[in-house]
Design a protein around this ligand. Structure first.
Ligand SMILES: [Zn+2]
Length: 328
């Protein structure tokens, strides 16, 4: 339920959830809140006042940073391919990923995305390094043939058998976390494959539920966002919006950094294999369907996202992938 600024004086400020707002806590709260609302949308959810980055804030962000006559940035999204030449286990059909990726590739050849982001777990977890490198070569050869510009988010399975260097070397990507700009929009790739003690995942040295953004990476993220005023989209494998086993353990700290920047509009993630969408602090957290789940072309999932110069984001989902449209 949206609340107009005129309704503000009747709000009980003590119900505000400090974790989900960047609101100032001292002084004349009512006037500060009214001031904040110039560019903010306010939602009342379960009795908790949540300040969310607003349509107006996002519109201004895009208006200032993206030329209105630019074409949309188009991004292909795939996740959780878990490719391996092995028999199915439960609902995971590892070999079928090749055919499913081919179908996604046909769609991408029609839609011509500017780049494709693979949101993690490209491979599964082979018994030996040699076998795993063979699987990586097979799946990456096919992936490379469908799009020239590719971005790989590290998933826990990518570095179950391999080390980070081996995986990154295999896909010819320099870093596990980094950022880049396209047509006035800032994109960030995160790596949550760190143990709580800060050590990188690699070669079975971790438990999959112990996913963390390292202190060094968090510091980098803070600096990266500070240096950019552009509207920003973030890609991660493990989830930044939940506190269950699929969530990054320190994701509340990460969300605070994202929210404080005032420029992050959406986060795309994989890992839990199902469509899901939440909104926290005005940021969309969109979880994408896994390609490996289920048998046959009717079980596939992939999408093409358009980010329009006015800030409208449209995700066209195929087969089991849900579609979304977020207007500004
Ligand atoms: Zn997965």
């Amino acid at each position: 339920m949206a609340i107009e600024p005129s309704e503000l004086p009747s709000l009980n400020l003590s119900t505000m959830n400090p974790a989900s707002s960047s609101f100032v806590e001292s002084g004349d709260q009512t006037s500060q809140l009214a001031h904040q609302l110039v560019g903010r949308r306010t939602l009342l959810k379960n009795g908790t006042l949540v300040l969310a980055a607003s349509a107006l804030t996002n519109r201004r962000l895009f208006a200032e940073e993206v030329k209105s006559d630019e074409k949309a940035v188009r991004v292909g999204l795939i996740t959780d391919l878990h490719y391996a030449d092995k028999s199915p286990a439960g609902s995971r059909h590892y070999r079928e990923t090749l055919g499913k990726l081919e179908a996604a590739g046909q769609q991408f050849s029609t839609d011509q995305p500017d780049f494709v982001v693979e949101l993690g777990d490209l491979i599964d977890a082979a018994d030996s390094v040699d076998v795993e490198q063979g699987y990586l070569k097979t799946i990456n050869k096919q992936f490379s043939s469908i799009c020239d510009e590719r971005h790989y988010v590290l998933g826990n399975h990518c570095v179950d058998t391999l080390t980070k260097d081996e995986f990154l070397g295999g896909v010819e990507q320099e870093r596990s976390y980094y950022s880049f700009d396209r047509q006035g929009i800032h994109f960030i790739v995160l790596d949550a494959c760190f143990r709580e003690d800060g050590k990188s995942y690699g070669r079975r040295n971790f438990h999959w539920t112990d996913a963390n953004i390292s202190a060094e990476e968090l510091e980098w993220l803070r600096g990266d966002l500070k240096a950019s005023s552009k509207p920003t989209v973030v890609f991660a494998h493990q989830r930044l919006d939940v506190s269950n086993h699929h969530g990054v353990k320190n994701n509340a700290d990460v969300r605070r950094v994202l929210e404080d920047s005032g420029s992050v509009v959406a986060v795309f993630q994989g890992h839990s294999h199902q469509n899901d969408l939440s909104e926290i602090g005005g940021i969309h957290y969109c979880t994408m369907a896994a390609m490996v789940e289920g048998s046959g072309p009717e079980s596939n999932g992939y999408s093409v996202m358009d980010i329009q110069p006015d800030g409208t984001i449209e995700i066209k989902g195929f087969v089991r992938q849900a579609s979304y449209r977020w207007d500004v």
